[in-house]
Write a protein that binds this ligand. Sequence first.
Ligand SMILES: [Ca+2]
Length: 520
Amino acid sequence: MHKPRLGALLTLAFLLGGTVNCSGSADTPDLQDLDLPDPGRPVGIAGAPLNVLLITVDDMGWDSLGVTGSPVSDISPNIDRLAGEGVLFTQAHVTIAICQPTRAVWMTGRYPHRSGALGFDPIDAQVPTLVEALAEAGFRTGLMAKTGHVVPSRLAAFEAVIRAKDLQNGRSPELYYEHAAEFFRQAQSAGQPFFLMANSQDPHRPFVASRQEVNARGRDATSTSEQYGGGFPEAELAFAPEQVPVPGYLADLPAVRREMAQYYTSVQRADATVGAVLRALDDSGMAERTLVMFLSDHGPSLPFAKANVWMHSTRTPWIVRWPGVVAAGVIDAEHMMAGIDLAPTILDAVGLDNLDGADGRSFVPVLRGEAQAGREVVFTQINSLSSGRSYAMRSVIGRQYGYIFNAWADGETSYRSEASGGLTLSAMRDAAGRDPALAERVSHYMFRSPEELYDYRRDPDARENLIGSHERAATADRLRAMLLEHMRSTDDPQLAAFEAWLAQLEQAPSGVQDPFTGEK
Ligand SMILES: [Ca+2]
């Protein structure tokens, strides 16, 4: 971790109720003498039990925020402020880039194939969950929106459940404020510590002012489903197409820009929702004894991001604010954080044991400012999508390289997901008729190849597959071996397919081989 800046130390001193002047001759004890609360005990700074507020946004790219480098002005003032009050992990990945299984990973601390929730499947009956552990320990538990996606089979463990339809499809900052404030009041009057998971359903499709939103308005205004309903807040496009960037993994076409303007408008509303929930916490007077964790459930619903395993699919801006423990304004670009570690970390922070059988482990030591070994890579995957279509993918991602095994890529099966709807993919397909390079890119998206290797440091948008490169052969072998070991040790159902692929490689004559024709 980087050393906290002076501003961070001043904030820390402020939180501890003292002041420090710049000459160092403070009228309070030196910082090293301050008696910080032991983060291993479930206490906040005032000695009261530690509360947990977990705020998530839906389908938001890691680099869509001001604090992670977005050039869009005023895109995320609330999330940026939160990052400035805690630590921001810039090398964090969720485990699977789909709404329901990624949340099952958070709730169980397990890889999808170790909980049963490979896609839109319930977790196995014997698998324990974060919310049940906290409820059993006396926490008042609450859930806002995404109620059909956060371990729906254990929904009863949440004492307060505020459905998307009571939050205008999970998109009204004002309604989040009201319901969060009411939840905090109830926890306070009951004298219980709380765990609130507040999920914005922005910037999930339909994006603000999109044709998809127009279509969904009629459908969702009267919806009684777990996941949707309540209509959509009135909102106009906040950004003109020329004011927003087009991600490097897409093509810069007029229709893509239009959709990106819709996406960023939705991101800005997600930020307003985050701000509303944080304001409700501030107004409750409990902020100083509340750990706040923020992250996106995965990357945007755009081609080459959501429901895939490239870097932009799973990378997430992960923020933790923990008054008195986490110094303010810290940026951690060293440790690779993984979605499997969410539940173990929250449980450790409040002084409870990890869940039985969890694959993840607590990163509380990192929050304390210590280095933690074994954070060089993360493992990500895709199984089946919301449509039920199956596209098995496995990836290992380090700070520089990422390797992908596409078990489904046979040269004939074509890929289709929710991100295939809307304006972007169809605009890219249309333009591909006039642009051979774009045609090749679209073809890669549709069909893939069994293996991919990227230098994400040089090529974050995964545009150049290095798998056939002689110079990178050793890197590919190293990552193949890491993935194989991981799949063996976690009893991955795709293990046989991966072993068969590796055996085929072994038998092939040395040299670069076309995955479909076998030609060198
Ligand atoms: Ca999502």
